[in-house]
Design a binder for this molecule. Structure first.
Ligand SMILES: C[S@@+](CC[C@H](N)C(=O)[O-])C[C@H]1O[C@@H](n2cnc3c(N)ncnc32)[C@H](O)[C@@H]1O
Length: 274
């Protein structure tokens, strides 16, 4: 079975990346490649109860658990197969199936909430954040990490590479998501009622003097992410398959000899005033 057929079998309406084995590997590679950049300041105190909303296969859960040994983590996702993969990692915390918008916890149950690469997939991020804020005790914090595909530039930039990249953005929008959500984190958290909102942009840059970043971020995170949107983008009539494949091949060159790639993530925190 080829990569495109596997991706087609595992694509799920409403979620642009799908739940394939390739995507599970990509999430793990992504978490590893970006751990220091995104999580150097992500830890929760001993004794605190932390909700991870949208844990997927547990790629970030592993990092949070390692950085916060005394905290108790409850991780939730709506995908049963992803939770099975997360359970196989034996991460230690609790893993529950549920929808971020309607979680069955009492108001004020959690000390902290952690959300990573999830708002971009929601049709109503403001509604989800309001719901999550209610689950926090007064003074509890919410940490949100998201990308922004509009923050990206690379070399060489061919028309085909740009076409494939923006096809991913449009395919995500077509299923109700927003791949440009990173730039909205401040207004989203403030609008949901959080106070003391701060946003920290985190830039990742790769050239051939940084082979680890080229491999971990460009080749194993970015390129597979775009490839994973192929079937949906083609089905939606957003791209010609051959042009898309040429674009992906060009994107791959940005993570090799002579290539460069730059992208900014956004890490936001806010406090629940109660
Ligand atoms: C890109 S993955 C990120 C997973 C994990 N946070 C990570 O960074 O590896 C997004 C996850 O959000 C989950 N998700 C999307 N919408 C959801 C919802 N309404 N309720 C619960 N989970 C949701 C998906 O099932 C998927 O596992």
């Amino acid at each position: 079975m080829d990569r495109h057929t596997r991706s087609r079998m595992s694509s799920t309406p409403g979620y642009v990346h799908g739940y394939s084995a390739e995507e599970e590997r990509r999430l793990s590679d992504q978490a590893g490649a970006l751990a220091a950049l995104l999580h150097q300041d992500t830890w929760f105190p001993p004794g605190s109860l932390v909700l991870e909303a949208g844990c997927g296969t547990g790629a970030q859960t592993a990092l949070v658990t390692a950085a916060s040994p005394g905290a108790r983590l409850i991780s939730v996702d709506r995908s049963a197969p992803s939770l099975r993969a997360a359970r196989a990692r034996a991460l230690g915390g609790e893993l529950l199936c549920g929808d971020i918008n309607t979680l069955p916890f009492r108001d004020g149950s959690f000390d902290h909430i952690f959300v990573c690469f999830v708002l971009e997939h929601l049709s109503d991020p403001p509604g989800a954040l309001v719901h999550l804020r209610r689950l926090l005790r007064p003074g509890g914090t919410c940490t949100v990490i998201e990308g922004d595909h509009g923050s990206c530039y690379y070399h060489p930039e061919t028309p085909e590479a740009a076409h494939a990249w923006w096809a991913l953005v449009r395919a995500q929008a077509a299923v109700g998501g927003d791949a440009l959500v990173g730039r909205r984190l401040y207004p989203l958290l403030a609008g949901a009622g959080f106070e003391e909102v701060t946003v920290s942009p985190r830039m990742v840059y790769a050239d051939e003097s940084r082979p680890g970043v080229q491999d971990g971020f460009v080749q194993r995170t970015i390129v597979p992410m775009v490839e994973g949107a192929r079937e949906r983008a083609v089905r939606l009539g957003l791209v010609d398959p051959d042009a898309f494949d040429r674009g992906v091949a060009d994107l791959r060159r940005t993570g090799g000899p002579g290539g460069t790639f730059c992208y900014t993530f956004f890490r936001a925190t806010g406090v629940n005033p109660g």
